[in-house]
Ligand binder design. Structure first.
Ligand code: NAD
Length: 358
């Protein structure tokens, strides 16, 4: 296994492998970049086939967090961690405590939070062993209502704000009344996003591989439930991927009838060329890490003890960031994802002095 010549290696500052015999912990922490501040990023627990697959994932995800936090103008760098294991079978308090000790060993260069396979409860167990853990405190959420530390409501609100910005740019509309939106995946983020859209008067189509979830979302929101594969063919204005990555690919791009792709899922483009393919078809793509930054903004406010009164406005800056990206992409004839990367790079290359509001 290679590191410095690994295809996903991108100048990462530090990569730490951790093992704990007693609990069975096998974990990797990757710190990509700390120019703007400590590297914050989620802990993913997944039954990776081997450590090579886990390393590939953690390197890619850590780099993505640098771009996400820089774009969101947070005083944070990018990092991520993974535990090799099945969260339904292999998770234990001892395992999470061992992970807490590993995180603590980095002395605050890495701050852990939840990701796929980990929860607020896990973060609270990790907090027994380290204070460098976010996404776990009861506090006022972005809407002033009590939050248990779960970033999903903030993520969903940010995506909603982002859809408004994309619709304004592509369709020249400031309201969402009657707008046709397909939401793929009605889990923690998707169902909350769907609720915001329904409240704004949008017409909704929802899908999920879990038939109960899609049925329930359809019933509570007055949406139409469709089978998972049918979502790409719907005659809608907006396609909102909120399930998994790589859903914008060679097979799906030609099928999409939407004018906008804007959703919460990470790594929506199977490859950068799919961003170009969307642009060629006149479909406006809201780069994933820009539109789904609400969650990291939320946990950053919690962890650094920033004034919660500023949280909602900070999340709403996602709309301004997207508007800037859309304008520049149009002006320069570039894909939106390419423009986003250049803006994010300028923000983390420069370090923190460019960060607004800090
Ligand atoms: P979740 O697991 O709660 O929900 C995902 C939903 O998608 C589930 O209901 C699942 O059944 C469904 N799904 C899976 N495969 C599907 C398929 N092929 N077709 C249709 N539905 C499918 O996850 P979440 O927390 O809501 O996150 C959704 C996405 O947003 C993920 O890609 C995640 O990485 C990303 N994201 C989440 C947050 C957050 O705050 N939770 C922040 C940033 C990004």
């Amino acid at each position: 296994m290679k590191l410095f010549t690994h295809p996903e290696f991108a100048g990462h500052e530090q990569v730490v492998f951790g093992h704990d015999e007693a609990s069975g912990l096998r974990a990797i922490i990757a710190v990509h970049n700390t120019h703007r501040g400590p590297a914050l990023g989620g802990l993913r627990m997944w039954p990776y086939a081997d450590e090579g697959e886990a390393l590939t994932d953690v390197l890619r995800l850590a780099r993505g967090m640098t771009y996400k936090s820089a774009m969101a103008e947070l005083p944070l760098g990018g990092g991520k961690s993974v535990i090799i294991g099945d969260p339904r079978r292999d998770k234990s308090e001892a395992l999470m405590e061992a992970m807490g000790r590993l995180v603590d060993g980095l002395g605050g260069r890495y701050i852990v939070a939840e990701d796929s396979g980990t929860t607020v409860t896990d973060m609270r167990v990790i907090a027994r062993r380290t204070r460098h853990v976010a996404g776990r405190r009861e506090r006022p959420g972005y809407d002033g209502r009590p939050s248990d530390g779960d970033p999903s409501p903030a993520t969903a609100y940010g995506v909603f704000v982002g859809i408004r910005a994309a619709v304004a740019h592509r369709l020249g509309r400031s309201d969402l009344e009657g707008l046709r939106v397909a939401v793929q995946g009605v889990g923690s983020v998707g169902r909350r996003l769907a609720a915001h859209l329904a409240a704004a008067g949008a017409r909704l189509w929802v899908t999920d591989i879990d038939p109960e979830r899609r049925g329930q979302a359809a019933e509570t929101l007055g949406a139409e439930a469709v089978p998972p594969e049918a979502v790409y063919d719907l005659d809608v204005d907006v396609f909102a991927p909120c399930a998994l990555g790589a859903v914008i690919n060679d097979a799906t791009v030609p099928r999409l009838r939407a004018k906008v792709v804007a959703g919460a899922a990470n790594n929506q483009l199977a490859a950068p060329r799919h961003g170009e393919a969307l642009a060629r078809r006149g479909i406006l793509y809201a780069p994933d890490y820009v539109i789904n930054a609400g969650g990291v903004i939320d946990v950053c406010y919690e962890h650094l003890g920033l004034d919660p009164a500023g949280l909602r406005a900070h999340i709403e800056r996602i709309g301004d960031n997207l508007a800037e990206i859309f304008r520049r992409a149009e002006r320069e004839g570039r894909p939106t994802a390419w423009v986003a990367d250049r803006i994010a790079e300028s923000r983390f290359a420069a370090g923190l002095h460019r960060a607004a509001g800090f």
